[in-house]
Design a binder for this molecule. Structure first.
Ligand code: GLU
Length: 464
């Protein structure tokens, strides 16, 4: 058996969507699992819609998820000579023919067919012709498909798919300006690159019968096909902007971790028994195309957040800080601040994303007077609580080492002595220290701020 060769073949015409990355991932996993080769081919023949920016997005998105191609990127726009040569060979061998029918004639025939309610198919009128109406009349090139019989696709995911040839058209291979179309370039390239398995979204399933014919016309064995189910949102509609983030780099911007994303995407349509989560090594070891389901996969954003949050909680604080670096910079947090390693431990418990880590850390940057949330101030900094805050400040001033356990012990003694409960000072202290009602544990906050800032803030909230 030859080494499996797979490819990811995106068109660089916009964002790289989750569905596309999932296709790339399944190809990559198949290659890694089988010791095969993963090829990246950028399908940029549509020059009007393809952009360098979109190509960069593809490369960046793949690198972020950790899928470097073994070969490529190859660009279809640089492979015109190959397509021209193949089309000439096909023409010479009778697998393709020139068609001089004008767009207008075709449109008229289409309208007439639609009127009678029949499916329009090109009537192959040029198939027997060797000459056009005039020597310089423009022509397209069409594939000469068999008129009878059927194409059978043994799809790994969808099972056996049978299409009658009389339902297929002698489709166009190259336009009047000589430019080849997708169905042609994709087959030429897959043959040229020795692709053994075509793993792609099932939105391409309707192209596959045409492509099967092209393999035959070009004298090659078709590869194994595996058409992946679409990715849907929880409402059962194709995943898109309406569901929030849908492009892979958005997830990076939102602060998801690449390995969480990778494990999550792998589960979109693929499963291995009941196992819910996989490390990358496990994915590589266990991934098998036979584990891909045929029905649509649902992208559950809440679950992704949950998984990401759990991964953040499990992470070593320094590793987390390292990953969060760009997010901290963006939030204006000095990444060399001495308090950061301590503070990250305090916030990692409740953050679901790296963006949230940065958000939660911002409260520790400014050590000057607090800006109070008005509601919180009114509710918690009252005539009752203010004197308690001042007294608490005095009690804490005597703490020897200003660590969370020490200030916690001192606070408990303070409450006991005064026969107070935590509810009497908990939120007022939080508001005094942070300006608001949400923060990590107040003892963590005190340790991170240190004695001076803590006492200052308690006292100034108390009105001292
Ligand atoms: N370039 C095609 C697309 O972006 C994919 C081609 C294929 O996988 O066969 O949809």
């Amino acid at each position: 058996m030859s080494v499996p060769r797979v490819r990811f073949a995106p068109s660089p015409t916009g964002d790289l969507h989750v569905g596309g990355v999932r296709s790339a991932l399944f190809n990559w996993l198949h290659a890694r699992h089988t010791g095969g080769v993963f090829v990246l081919r950028v399908e940029d023949t549509d020059r009007a819609r393809s952009t360098d920016e979109a190509t960069n997005i593809i490369l960046e998105g793949m690198a972020w998820i950790g899928m470097e191609p073994d070969e490529g990127p190859f660009f279809q726009s640089r492979r015109g000579d190959l397509y021209r040569a193949r089309v000439q060979e096909l023409l010479a061998a009778g697998g393709a023919y020139r068609c001089w029918c004008t767009k207008e004639t075709i449109a008229e025939k289409r309208t007439a067919a639609e009127k009678t309610g029949t499916l329009f198919r090109y009537d192959r009128i040029c198939r027997g012709r060797t000459e056009g109406p005039s020597p310089d009349a423009p022509f397209v090139l069409r594939a000469a498909l068999p008129e009878e019989g059927e194409v059978v696709i043994e799809d790994v995911v969808k099972g056996r798919v049978v299409i009658r040839n009389d339902h297929l058209d002698d489709f166009i291979l190259a336009r009047a300006d000589g430019s080849p179309v997708y169905n042609f370039t994709v087959v030429v390239d897959d043959i040229d690159m020795g692709i053994t398995h075509v793993i792609r979204g099932d939105d391409h399933l309707n192209n596959t019968p045409k492509q099967m014919h092209l393999y035959r016309l070009l004298g090659a064995e078709p590869p194994v096909f595996a058409h992946l189910p679409m990715v849907h949102g929880p409402d059962g509609k194709k995943l898109g902007k309406r569901h929030g983030a849908a492009s892979i780099l958005q997830f990076r911007e939102l602060g998801f971790l690449p390995d969480v994303m990778r494990g999550f995407l792998a589960r979109l349509g693929w499963s291995h028994g009941d196992q819910e989560e996989f490390t990358t090594d496990e994915l590589i070891q266990l991934f098998d195309l036979t584990g891909v389901r045929g029905s649509a996969a649902v992208f559950d954003h809440t679950k992704l957040e949950w998984l990401n949050g759990r991964r953040i909680r499990e992470m070593a604080p320094m590793e987390l800080l390292d990953l969060a670096q760009p997010f901290l910079e963006r939030a204006g947090i000095p990444t060399d601040a001495a308090w950061l390693p301590r503070a990250v431990v305090a916030v990692q418990e409740r953050a679901k994303t790296l963006v949230e880590i940065a958000e939660k850390l911002t409260m520790f940057v400014d050590r000057g007077p607090v800006t109070f949330d008005e509601k919180a101030q009114t509710k918690f900094l009252t005539d009752d609580s203010k004197p308690r805050l001042a007294a608490l400040a005095d009690a804490l001033a005597a703490v020897e080492t200003f660590t969370a356990p020490e200030v916690e012990a001192a606070t408990s003694r303070f409450l006991e002595e005064r026969e107070l409960k935590m509810k009497h000072i908990g939120q007022p202290t939080r508001v005094a220290l942070t300006g608001g009602t949400v923060s990590p544990s107040i003892y963590d906050v005190m340790e991170i701020f240190g004695r001076e800032v803590t006492l200052d803030r308690l006292r100034s909230a108390a009105g001292d």
